[in-house]
Design a protein around this ligand. Structure first.
Ligand SMILES: CC(C)(COP(=O)(O)OP(=O)(O)OC[C@H]1O[C@@H](n2cnc3c(N)ncnc32)[C@H](O)[C@@H]1OP(=O)(O)O)[C@@H](O)C(=O)NCCC(=O)NCCS
Length: 148
């Protein structure tokens, strides 16, 4: 397969101008991408299609943080997505393995994420890379904009 899966670093920013539609929720904002890639605790792993000029066809993003009551950092996986025409080929699994390896390399003892209980593809993916069964949890958003 022509797919390469790897962490993107600051020098890779131009790759984010060639992203398959629908991979990210919203279009890439160059200034935000630059800050994210420059931060060693912000991890972006991408799947690149070498046959399509390194088109980004999947990704996972994560944050590494050290909580005041923990001796080792933890990894919060923020988002995972694969372009719908590339799904069910092992790309999501490869991306998850790569992002978890980044967490391990950074000394993390735990990685965690949240997903919807009815997202069968996501649940299957996370199980396939060793994710434990989900704990019941609800998601609450706070709108921090002035008119929220
Ligand atoms: C979840 C997602 C990233 C999976 O990507 P993918 O590249 O298709 O996953 P893979 O091909 O690596 O499959 C990994 C495992 O999940 C299983 N799987 C994938 N899609 C599935 C589906 N729709 N139903 C059931 N199992 C599925 C595969 O069979 C495989 O299991 P195995 O290793 O035991 O054989 C992809 O479906 C996606 O982008 N969905 C929309 C975004 C999303 O929901 N992201 C997660 C938000 S938390």
């Amino acid at each position: 397969m022509s797919i390469v899966i790897r962490r993107l670093v600051a020098a890779d920013q131009s790759l984010l101008s060639n992203v398959a539609p629908g991979v990210f929720d919203d279009p890439i904002i160059p200034a935000s991408a630059e800050k994210f890639l420059a931060d060693p605790n912000s991890v972006l792993v991408a799947a690149l299609d070498g046959k399509k000029d390194s088109l980004v066809v999947g990704f996972a993003s994560a944050m590494i943080y050290l909580h005041p009551d923990k001796s080792a950092p933890e990894m919060l996986i923020l988002e995972v997505g694969v372009d719908d025409t590339y799904r069910k080929r092992g790309i999501g699994k490869g991306i998850m393995k790569a992002v978890l390896a980044e967490g391990q390399a950074a000394g993390c003892k735990l990685a965690w994420l949240a997903t919807e209980p009815d997202n069968a593809a996501a649940l299957a993916l996370y199980k396939s890379v060793g994710g434990k069964p989900p704990e019941t949890c609800i998601h609450i958003d706070f709108d921090l904009t002035a008119d929220g």
